[in-house]
Design a protein around this ligand. Sequence first.
Ligand code: SF4
Length: 287
Amino acid sequence: MKLSVEIDPRSGFCNGVVRAIQQAENYLQFSPRLYSLGAIVHNAAELERLKKKGLEIISIAEVEQLRHDVILVRAHGEPPETYALARRNDLQVIDCTCPVVLRLQEKVRTTWERLHEAGGQVVIFGKKGHAEVNGLVGQTAGEAVVIGSVAEIDGLDFSRPIALFSQTTKDPDEFRQVADRIRARRPDAEVYDTICKQVAQRHKSLVDFAGDHSVVLFVSGRESSNGKVLFDLCRSVNTRTYWLENAAQIDLGWLRDGDSVGICGATSTPKWQLEEIFLYLQDVTKS
Ligand code: SF4
């Protein structure tokens, strides 16, 4: 079977994830173990690689049991309670919160402090229970309302002032729809487009990439919320888009002779994994 295969040059980890993994690896050069509060990246293969170096993922319940130890806060960030817990338990924090998320947390906090006085509400367009969203809700003493879709707008209290923010990895088009619908019912609503520029840029370039190939192999962990959004985006452009976590999941029945195959992934997909798929397809097409 003859295929032309290309890796999306813009796919791979985002800056926030690269930075967090670098800091973990730097620490593990001099220490046999580091606890990460939650998965440092939503990608099983990369987690396995880091586990071999000593990175251990723990839950907040497990952090409560630690004393005088070191924990890593991943790029998604954490609510203020986590830092308070670390202080109580004398834990050193390697804080890898992405600078973009840190700025967003600060903006959510100051906006909530201002609106709270006026009886207003902070609304976050994001995935309920996602670590970044929990970190944002934590800036508002738990008062922020999280909506995951346009349909959930109806549950908002439009008699009160509203300030709208977005989780950094949400779909820009969907955010615009949410913002438009809120403004239609509350024209003075404050709207802050806080989608990460790297993510927004990737949306634009992936549309072209998916359209330029006859088949798209989208590589990402199933846990990745950005993965779900970007997979859906590729699928909307190219119906022959397939989601996989590793080369072993490739079904050769997806491919036809002469196909042009595009390999791409989420902000949590390492470049080496895309290269692995590329090499696998090269091997297959040789035989
Ligand atoms: S997607 Fe953007 S905001 Fe989120 S961790 Fe990556 S670089 Fe930071």
